[in-house]
Design a protein around this ligand. Sequence first.
Ligand code: CMP
Length: 224
Amino acid sequence: MDEREVLRTVPIFSELSDEDITSLAHLALRKRYPKDTVIFFENEEGDFFFTILEGRVKVTILGDDGREVILSVLGPGDFFGEMALLDNEPRSATAIAVEETELLSLHRNDFQTVLNDNRSITTALIRVLSARLRRANHQISTLALLDVYGRVARVIVDMAREEGKRLRDGRIAFRRATHQEIANRIGTTRETVTRMLKDLERQGLIHVEGKEIVVQPDFEKVFD
Ligand code: CMP
């Protein structure tokens, strides 16, 4: 795909005119990052806005003791790195490519120009930031109100909704995250997640099938 076609696949750029897409294609830089590359660290100065073309990026906060809290795992079409450009503060989190990833980056001056010239991008940006705030509120309530068993069940429901595809028989299949990744989303340990998932499997509510976790259609109702 040429640069312009690629940009058309990115939701926040989808309403740009052909002319604006062409000028954006000249400004944006396309680059591949191997698995586990840190794109930037929390608290660094940030000058670039990134859009994911391929792969997945983990947005995370690392504690001094090596523990981490995963805020989100973003995929193709998602953007990140906008906050430091909008409020001129340092990066609010660390971004790491969790698989081989291709990113499109835009320098802060070009990001500002594109934003000033295109209302559709500002509107799309606000919509996505509102959705992220809703999701963060949901995460806060999960952490504050549920016990560990409830948190594991809730994160399974969330992952099934966010990443899952529905199978013909009504079950939902989604990427089998590592137990450590699930633990880091909900502030618990890998061992606890392993124990809880085994329990859910024993009850017949979930099944691990190869690289996927498959949940029963009524799983959401049981735990929502
Ligand atoms: P910035 O602060 O520049 O760098 C870290 C980026 O992570 C941030 O911009 C956002 O793009 C992204 N980010 C921060 N918090 C969240 C969140 N809760 N959900 C999704 N993305 C986030």
